[in-house]
Design a binder for this molecule. Structure first.
Ligand SMILES: [Zn+2]
Length: 435
């Protein structure tokens, strides 16, 4: 492993030259060891590559990994140190294999993310994310904190009440959580008359949900978590397949990449890179990965890229907040909408306990959206408030239904999913359409 500490603060040309070398190494390695890339990279002269040639290399999709999972593996079975999983396009497991060195790389990535958030060796951090079930996130945070020399409380996905008890007793200075779960902790604190303002917590690293708008202001979820003025919130976004994460610095103006570990691009429909600040699909190339390196991996997530230096002094490429999943793009009366913007509207409405967004194919083959909101508020103006909030934030007017929260909960975990599915795509696939 060759971690280049401080590379993100070096001049842009120096970063690019270091990345050209890392790209050559990763391409040579993948070509030599992965049956998938040996075929995909036929004719590519790895030794003459530079970062300027990257956009000419073929893209890799999730379907590729799904269909040919073992053909991506670059090491012998005995050298696999950890197997993690992500969910494939049709709900099944897609496995990602990590070696001992990949685990070190994962920890190094997360250690840096924590230090961007001002978390150091003296901090005690409460992990409210799960460490098992083949998830990479908990593992990354845990090993990152250990590498940083910080203290860890591995509480995992326990109730908000248990979290409050641990916060009062063990006095952690930081927390890693999903933003909507943070909001559940606040609600419980209000109920129990506990002031988080007077608690030990100072920093929150928030994962899994976006807390910023594309202009970096806080969205409804972000504002909800920032209600506690004492707590500084940092957004982070990780991808299982690349075993790395992007994270905010104290400027809160986008998520930094680590230039010796990954290289992010943003591409259009045809796979060509778009200009900075233009929206498209995030594509990531890994550096220094041994188990399952990925070249130009299409993440399916929608964002934009920022190449100019950050006010924090780092010159690493940043990405904007994730505004949606490419596969979840909906078209309603000519307007493109991602379920996430509907979610952003819903979390800002008082009385909304949970929700599920469903997409159907309408009579004219246009997308039809049904939003089922779990709430005990049955007042007639409540439904109108929700419709109005969605219209204002997402510019669409879907069908809204109010249901008891436990009914929505059942839909969220339909088919015993390991994660609640907030967006359910019930649209007819092209091959289902009978003409
Ligand atoms: Zn910065």
């Amino acid at each position: 492993m060759n971690f280049i500490t401080g590379l993100d603060r070096r001049p842009l040309a120096e970063i690019r030259s270091a990345q050209s070398e890392l790209l050559r190494e990763q391409v040579r390695y993948a070509f030599a060891r992965s049956p998938f890339y040996r075929e995909r990279l036929a004719g590519v002269d790895a030794d003459s590559l530079s970062m300027d040639d990257l956009s000419g290399l073929p893209l890799t999709s999730k379907e590729d990994i799904q269909r040919k999972n073992s053909a991506f593996l670059c090491v012998e079975d005995k050298d696999v140190a950890e197997v993690v999983a992500t969910t494939g396009t049709t709900g099944e497991h897609v496995y990602v294999y990590l070696t001992k060195n990949d685990l070190v790389r994962l920890a190094e990535n997360e250690k840096r993310c924590f230090s961007y958030a001002g978390i150091g060796a003296d901090d005690l951090v409460l992990l409210s994310v799960t460490l098992d079930n083949l998830f990479i996130a908990g593992l990354a945070y845990y090993t990152g904190l250990v590498r940083l020399g910080a203290g860890v409380i591995r509480l995992g996905p326990h109730s908000p009440k248990k979290h409050l008890e641990i916060i009062e007793t063990l006095r952690p200075t930081g927390i890693v959580a999903v933003p909507s779960f943070m909001s559940a902790i606040y609600k419980q604190a209000d109920k129990d008359n506990i002031s988080l303002e007077r608690s030990s917590l100072e920093k929150a690293v928030l994962i899994g949900e976006t807390i910023r708008n594309p202009d970096f202001s806080s969205n409804a979820l972000g504002l909800m978590v920032e209600r506690c003025k004492r707590l500084e919130t940092y957004s982070t976004y990780g991808i299982t397949e690349i075993a790395a994460a992007f994270s905010e610095c104290a400027e809160h103006k986008g998520l930094h990449s680590h230039p010796d570990l990954v290289y992010p691009e943003v591409v259009d429909e045809s796979g060509s890179p778009v200009k900075d600040h233009e929206t498209g699909e995030l594509v990531v190339t890994t550096f220094q990965v041994e188990g399952m390196p990925l070249l130009r991996y299409r993440t399916g997530d929608i964002t934009f890229r920022i190449s100019e230096p950050c006010a924090c002094g780092r010159n690493s490429i940043r990405i904007g907040p994730i505004t949606g999943r490419k596969a979840h793009r909906l078209k309603v009366k000519g307007t493109t909408v991602y379920p996430r913007s509907i979610e952003n509207a819903l979390v800002g409405v008082e009385g909304v306990e949970n929700y599920v967004i469903e997409a159907y194919t309408g009579d004219d083959y246009a997308d039809r959206i049904v939003v089922r909101v779990g709430s005990n508020n049955t007042g007639s103006s409540f439904k109108l408030d929700i419709s109005e909030a969605i219209r204002a934030k997402a510019r669409v007017a879907p069908q809204v239904e109010i249901m008891p929260p436990q009914e929505v909960e059942k839909i969220l975990y339909e088919g015993s999913r390991r994660k609640p599915m907030v967006f359910i795509d019930r649209r007819q696939k092209v091959h289902d359409v009978k003409l």
